[in-house]
Design a protein around this ligand. Structure first.
Ligand SMILES: NC(=O)c1ccc[n+]([C@@H]2O[C@H](COP(=O)([O-])OP(=O)(O)OC[C@H]3O[C@@H](n4cnc5c(N)ncnc54)[C@H](OP(=O)(O)O)[C@@H]3O)[C@@H](O)[C@H]2O)c1
Length: 297
């Protein structure tokens, strides 16, 4: 358990080792909040007896949880674990928030969409979800549980996250994986028929902080602006990093993966704008900063 910061808001952050969690931990502590970072060594959201005692003792003002089982292909084989972390775990945290009478901030995904295959228009928070993978279904179950159980929640859907710490759940993130493959001189093929918005965890963190200051609970999409295919994303990484890579586009139908993924999962941050918060910067700008701070030092 890590404890940092001042004494404004006491926040218990579950998933503090993850890529989003690491940024939240640092940024919120810099803002003077009292941050209590919890990893799986401290807490397991799947089991009430492994999360309730510690959280009741800490008595935070807010619980933020980035905990998730989000290896999309593995979720197809390990559905029980997916539902255990992404749905039962959320229910456990909701019960604790009710006992403490505090809000929960929880993260969901663009993968709650995808069923309308011909979609070409960004999804806002009023659009009806339609997941096409067990991962997406389990995350949507978590969303429904929060909406059903809590009045005070910040439910954040994001997309294509990358952050300096790298994703713990996936072992890496897309940017770092592309950089590694290019440096090893590997032939790289990336799908160009799945469109998303790559999103910086650092940028999400700044907006989360702004959102908390408004006290406006609800469902929010939070992504950088613009959109691209995974292939375009990779090409931009190599362009900005100034490296040559042996890359070619491919189609989802030629790429063997256990889980289906949305062809289009761009999110419109409508509710954030309505809360008076400015749109995120363009994904290319955020990517440049990420590459500069991680690789072009
Ligand atoms: N990565 C993406 O592209 C993406 C896109 C859209 C939405 N999201 C969502 O955004 C959130 C954060 O993603 P991320 O990329 O920061 O993930 P991450 O780096 O894998 O971090 C997730 C954290 O969850 C913790 N965790 C996993 N199972 C747990 C359990 N049973 N009990 C307690 N903690 C547990 C892990 O803790 P330990 O490190 O201690 O094991 C890990 O640090 C997730 O909810 C994810 O679904 C991610």
């Amino acid at each position: 358990m890590i404890i940092k910061g001042g004494n404004v808001l006491k926040i218990a952050l579950i998933g503090s080792n993850g890529q989003l969690g690491t940024d939240i931990m640092e940024y919120f502590a810099d803002k003077g909040e009292e941050m209590i970072g919890l990893t799986q060594d401290d807490i397991d959201v799947c089991f009430m007896d492994k999360c309730e005692p510690i959280l009741l003792e800490l008595k935070p003002d807010l619980i933020i949880s980035t905990a998730a089982f989000h290896q999309v292909d593995l979720c197809e084989d390990e559905g029980e674990l997916a539902f255990s972390v992404n749905a039962v775990g959320v229910k456990n945290l909701c019960n604790i928030c009710i006992t403490l009478d505090i809000p929960l901030m929880h993260f969901s995904t663009d993968f709650v969409f995808g069923a309308d295959k011909d979609r070409k228009k960004p999804y806002n928070e009023d659009d009806c979800p339609g997941p096409i993978s067990l991962y997406g279904i389990s995350k949507l179950a978590g969303e429904y549980i929060i909406k059903y159980m809590l009045k005070k929640y910040y439910l954040i859907r994001s997309c294509g996250l990358y952050g300096l710490a790298g994703s713990f759940g996936k072992g890496s993130n897309f940017v770092d994986m592309m950089m590694k493959l290019a440096k090893e001189g590997k032939k790289i093929s990336v799908v160009n028929d799945q469109v998303l918005t790559p999103t910086s965890t650092r940028d999400v963190t700044e907006k989360l902080y702004e959102l908390i200051q408004t006290g406006r609970y609800g469902l929010y999409h939070m992504t950088n602006t613009g959109q691209c295919s995974w292939y375009d994303f990779a090409v931009e990484i190599f362009k900005l990093a100034g490296i040559t890579a042996d890359i070619s586009p491919t189609k989802s139908s030629e790429y063997v993966a256990k889980a289906m993924r949305p062809f289009y999962s761009v999110l419109d941050n409508k509710n954030l704008r309505q809360a008076g918060i400015k749109d995120f910067r363009h994904w290319k700008e955020a990517l440049k900063d990420y590459l500069d701070s991680k690789y072009n030092k």
